[in-house]
Design a protein around this ligand. Structure first.
Ligand code: STX
Length: 326
């Protein structure tokens, strides 16, 4: 029997705020845990997934000053992409990297640990490679680097080989629409049209189908409560619009950029944690990062999917945050 870890106890934030970052956008942020503890910033997934109170519980509250924030357009940040898609023009990877710096300065933090899962790992790599001197440690899970192979796998039909039933649901809004054939072969593009159609009867069901696909695929075993949470209509619309906007623009990254530049991380203590049965961000990317950054610890969990609270993933994440707190 494996010893399973549980999350740290529920805690409330001791400070919250809204940070204006320009372009008419304000980011919700909060701090919890020990105000004099080791600073850590949590980078959420999606992009567009937002933070939740559970994310605080990945860190020993006696040892860490825990910083959570909602990236542009999602969570409690304003304006929300479900009602204000125009603001996507000033929502890119590099805006978010700058936002992390603004938040660090606002909180008076010199250097901090960076923790990111899934899209949070992408953003964590982009931030750490841009501002390596600000990062004390880097903990990454469910590694995603937005390479063509990764997007093709999840959004253009690769994963259909494993989940043909769920894939039909993802295709449904595209099949039902009158999109030109060219768009049908490029699903990210087809969805871009649907999600930005002014008609709620077009963008609404498209957003729910997009979010249903993703939330159904992130856990090893089906979890209806996860799908329910991520398909609430306004959450789903912001999530789908933001993700789709990032993916149609290839994350404003050169192909393979985040792996190619991994050498910059050499002196930063790191942990890479990955589920072998992660169908959303398959293990090949974590492996490629491990090869490019062998100094970081590498944990491939044999019986886990993508989500941060898959049991084996949680064990490894808590081991890493405890190790770096010591
Ligand atoms: N997107 C992966 C990702 O970051 C390619 C992600 N997938 N689902 C999530 O995040 C939520 C758990 C936030 C829904």
């Amino acid at each position: 029997m494996v010893d399973r870890r549980t999350l740290y106890p529920e805690i409330e934030p001791d400070e919250i705020g809204f940070l204006p970052v320009g372009d008419g956008q304000e980011l919700y942020w909060e701090t919890s845990g020990n105000p004099n503890g080791k600073p850590v910033v949590f980078l959420h997934g999606g992009p567009g997934g937002g933070t939740s109170a559970t994310h605080r519980r990945l860190f020993d509250p006696a040892k860490y000053r825990i910083v959570l924030f909602d990236q542009r357009g999602c969570g409690l940040s304003i304006p929300h992409a479900s009602t204000s898609p125009d603001h996507l023009a000033s929502n890119t990877t590099w805006h978010l990297v700058d936002d992390i710096e603004k938040l660090r300065q606002h909180l008076g933090i010199e250097r901090w640990m960076v923790f990111g899962g899934s899209w949070g790992s992408t953003l964590g790599l982009a931030y750490a490679q841009t501002h390596p001197s600000r990062v004390t440690e880097l903990v990454l899970r469910g590694i995603f680097t937005l390479r063509k192979l990764e997007l093709d796998w999840f959004y253009e039909g690769g994963a259909r080989l494993i989940a043909p039933d769920l894939w039909e649901g993802f295709l449904e809004p595209v099949t039902a629409s009158k999109l030109v054939p060219d768009d049908r072969g490029h699903l990210i593009r087809a969805y871009h049209r649907l999600l930005n159609d002014p008609d709620p009867l077009v963008h609404g069901p498209a957003a729910v189908a997009w979010s249903t696909w993703e939330s159904s695929m992130i856990t090893l075993l089906p979890k209806p409560e996860v799908v329910e949470r991520f398909t609430e209509p306004s959450f789903a619309l912001a999530f789908a619009r933001i993700e789709n906007h990032y993916f149609i623009n290839e994350g404003w990254l050169e192909e393979g950029q985040l792996i190619a530049n991994a050498g910059v991380l050499r002196d930063i203590p790191g942990a890479i944690i990955q589920g072998r049965y992660d169908l959303c961000t398959p293990a090949l990317t974590a492996w490629d990062l491990h090869r490019a950054w062998p100094e970081a610890s590498f944990t491939l969990v044999d019986d886990a999917g993508h989500a941060f609270d898959e049991p084996g993933i949680l064990d490894a994440l808590l081991e890493a945050t405890d190790r770096f707190a010591a």
